[in-house]
Design a protein around this ligand. Structure first.
Ligand SMILES: NC(=O)c1ccc[n+]([C@@H]2O[C@H](COP(=O)([O-])OP(=O)(O)OC[C@H]3O[C@@H](n4cnc5c(N)ncnc54)[C@H](O)[C@@H]3O)[C@@H](O)[C@H]2O)c1
Length: 339
């Protein structure tokens, strides 16, 4: 049984906590025992963010700490699950790996490729496992798409559009989302999910191009093109929507023999031959909690009963590097950046 503590108990940590609670109910070998946050009010608040739905409160009592050192001294922990704001991922992941803990960190891996390199080095030197929460790799709606791409059930992909949209995040510790230097804007915060998925599905593009807009924060909107020889791929990341717009994310992928659409949580397959059907309503489709899937996968890689064949930290670093290329293009009015 791996003993885990969450470091940074803000918005996304609630979704992690729910994942651990689902795993406990099914007897998975991972046990969330403690929470650490410098703000003690976070332990009693219900926090609602774009992703993960509304916080229903904890199912069990966790030991809580406002001081990391005190928690490390008092608890016997195997894994620290870092849910801190982005600008703290590198500092804490490196420190905790060096002190002998396995580390799961929220995405993006770091603010830039140099931070990612530091984290990879610390993991390698410590011999401890590091995994970054590129959670779409564990999301059933994206796993379904990955299977279709790999199996070529409907032929090859000819074109695709991915999107992830919301108003500007209003929650968050000391307004960090709204400071480009601490969050990386929508490109590094939300768009990176689709950047990572595009790399996961299609491999590294030959070149990228992007146009970005600044709003209240630098880079509130980004429209990106990913160049491949045989397909047209675009993605949009947007914090520029009006604040009354709900968060939404999805894709529309054309295969040679079908179009597959994820919109408003409904996954529809429109085959060239036959009637459209809702994939997520079919018996064979298993709806899962992506955080629980991600956490369980990482636990098994630590326990040595499975290879990390799905989400290496170097993959997460590659996605941060590609976002940096998109920003380079955006700063040059969309000029192509070759890879
Ligand atoms: N996977 C996803 O889909 C997803 C969704 C939302 C956020 N995230 C990522 O998760 C991370 C956290 O985002 P969030 O929305 O939870 O932010 P948040 O600001 O709500 O939560 C961060 C928490 O860390 C605490 N904190 C700050 N400094 C600390 C320190 N030194 N020690 C201990 N606690 C400290 C804050 O008090 C706060 O409670 C970000 O990197 C974000 O990009 C991922």
């Amino acid at each position: 049984m791996l003993k885990v503590a969450i470091l940074g108990y803000g918005g996304i940590a609630r979704s992690h906590r729910k994942g651990y609670e689902l795993l406990a109910a099914k007897g998975a070998p991972v046990d969330l025992v403690a929470l650490c946050d410098i703000d003690p009010e976070q332990f009693t608040k219900l926090v609602t963010i774009n992703q993960g739905g509304s916080d229903q409160g904890a199912k069990k009592e966790y030991r809580t700490y406002t001081d990391l050192e005190e928690m490390l001294a008092k608890e016997e922990l195997d894994v620290i699950d870092i849910c801190l704001p982005t600008y703290l991922h590198c500092e804490y992941a490196v420190k905790l790996l060096k002190r002998g803990y396995h580390v799961q960190s929220e995405k993006p891996m770091g603010l830039n490729p140099a931070q990612c390199a530091e984290m990879l080095k610390a993991a390698e030197e410590s011999g401890k496992k590091l995994m970054v929460g590129m959670c779409l790799r564990f999301d059933c709606y994206y796993e379904y798409l990955k299977d279709l791409v790999d199996s070529e059930k409907y032929g090859k992909v000819t074109s695709a559009v991915f999107e992830r949209l919301s108003g500007l995040p209003r929650w968050g510790y000391q307004g960090w989302f709204r400071d480009y230097n601490r969050s990386g804007g929508v490109a590094l915060d939300m768009h990176i999910h689709d950047v990572d998925m595009i790399r996961y599905l299609f491999g590294e593009p030959k070149a990228v191009s992007a146009l970005a807009l600044d709003g209240e924060v630098k880079c509130t909107t980004i429209h990106s093109r990913f160049c491949y020889d045989d397909k047209i791929i675009f993605a949009v990341g947007d914090w520029g929507q009006s604040s009354s717009c709900k968060f939404s994310a999805g894709y529309r992928v054309n295969f040679e023999k079908a179009t597959v659409i994820l919109r408003d949580g409904v996954l529809t397959v429109c085959p060239e031959e036959g009637e459209p059907f809702i994939a997520s309503e079919q018996e064979s489709f298993v709806k899962t909690h992506h955080m629980a899937e991600e956490i369980e996968f990482f636990a098994h890689t630590i326990l040595g009963d499975r290879e990390n064949d799905r989400n290496q930290p170097s993959d997460a670093a590659g996605s941060v590097a590609l976002v940096a290329k998109l920003m380079e293009s955006a700063e040059n009015n969309g000029a192509y950046v070759m890879l």
